[in-house]
Design a binder for this molecule. Structure first.
Ligand SMILES: Cc1cc2nc3c(=O)[nH]c(=O)nc-3n(C[C@H](O)[C@H](O)[C@H](O)COP(=O)(O)OP(=O)(O)OC[C@H]3O[C@@H](n4cnc5c(N)ncnc54)[C@H](O)[C@@H]3O)c2cc1C
Length: 324
């Protein structure tokens, strides 16, 4: 079986979730091909990082039209690459980009696609995936007996990073034509301070706050805690709607879906739409003054307390622990 993994990159580095997928693929016994897209001369530096996860082959699709993301261009190039490489399995991690263009690739390849999977097993030619339905209230088991190639996107952190496996594949350049790009990005203007922030969807640890934070300034107590434990700050929709945080920080059904190892919810009630975005977190800690708040039904650890007292105390305790 030939598995092609679309590897997304940002600022000259492969996204952690793409490496997580590669590290898992290395354990399946299939022939693993890593595929990255970009402008000519911008991809060479990625080969060393990809080779740490042992792909059998690395392919760079380079074209001036791929300098910035476009659904048309990326869909055409990835579909062409999948055909020319003879992909039997085509995978990518879930991201804003892949949510946008991979369904188009599935149409071009005349196959189906299982999106936002939380589990995937590959045994010989048998591929099985699990994907949440109805905002995570139940799970569908997907088999791909009729869909060729198999196509799926996997939620970051869902499979877990496996051990590195050194490889020595030489990157080959694919003949690439993105075709006509009807709507494309001309320039990406980076937001100040955003460069070093781990994206919510990739974060190992998240500290989230709700409406009860009362102001954007008060989020400083959660930012301090997040700094101590190297976490990313998230928010409920109520906090975003109130203007305390940008929409890019929103966790939930109409925000981002996250699966960190640790999710700490401060003053978040646990509405179904919020749970839809974080219920697959490995460990959930909730702090809320209301002992009947629905979040406690999902939490592994619950603290009935005022967040303005609890958050600084938890931060101090983490600091003490980390000093040892
Ligand atoms: C179509 C649709 C889509 C939606 N999408 C999303 C989404 O993507 N994400 C999302 O989050 N929501 C979403 N919502 C909104 C959702 O239904 C809730 O309204 C929202 O999640 C509530 O946010 P909250 O928990 O911060 O606020 P509240 O519901 O007001 O809860 C505040 C909580 O803080 C507690 N509290 C108050 N003071 C303190 C204190 N000092 N210390 C500790 N605890 C305190 C309270 O007991 C309460 O439980 C959506 C709604 C709809 C209809």
């Amino acid at each position: 079986m030939k598995t092609v993994i679309y590897c997304e990159h940002h600022n000259g580095k492969i996204k952690k979730s793409s490496l997580e997928l590669l590290s898992n693929a290395a354990t399946w016994g299939t022939e693993v091909h890593a595929l990255a897209l970009g402008a000519p001369g911008t991809l060479d530096g990625l080969a060393a990082e990809l080779n740490e996860y042992g792909p059998h082959a690395i392919h760079f699709a380079e074209h001036a039209g791929l300098a910035h993301y476009s659904s048309d261009g990326f869909a055409k190039v990835v579909a062409d690459a999948a055909k020319s490489l003879g992909a039997e399995i085509l995978l990518a991690s879930v991201s804003t980009q892949t949510k946008d263009f991979l369904p188009r690739v599935a149409v071009k390849l005349d196959t189906g696609m299982a999106s936002d999977c939380t589990a995937l097993t590959v045994a010989g030619s048998n591929v099985q995936a699990t994907r949440p339905m109805y905002s995570g209230k139940c799970f569908a088991s997907v088999d791909f007996s009729k869909a060729k190639p198999v196509m799926a996107t996997i939620r970051p952190n869902a499979l877990g990073m496996k051990a590195k496996k050194a490889g020595s594949a030489t990157a080959t350049k694919l003949a690439t034509d993105p075709g006509t790009i009807r709507a494309g990005v001309k320039e990406v203007v980076a937001k100040a301070g955003a460069q070093n922030k781990v994206d919510l969807t990739e974060a190992e640890r998240i500290v989230s706050g709700g409406r009860s934070l009362k102001s954007s300034e008060n989020f400083k107590i959660l930012e301090d805690l997040a700094t101590t434990i190297s976490a990313t700050v998230g928010a409920s929709r109520a906090a975003v709607d109130a203007g305390f945080r940008p929409h890019s920080d929103q966790v939930g059904q109409t925000g981002k879906v996250v699966s960190p190892s640790l999710y700490m919810a401060f003053g978040i009630s646990g509405a179904i739409q919020h749970l839809a975005g974080m219920r697959s977190s490995k460990l959930i800690v909730a702090v809320n003054t209301d002992q009947n708040a629905p979040i406690f039904q999902k939490a592994d650890y619950g603290v009935v307390a005022d967040l303005f007292e609890a958050a600084p105390k938890i931060n101090e305790e983490f600091k003490k622990l980390l000093q040892h």
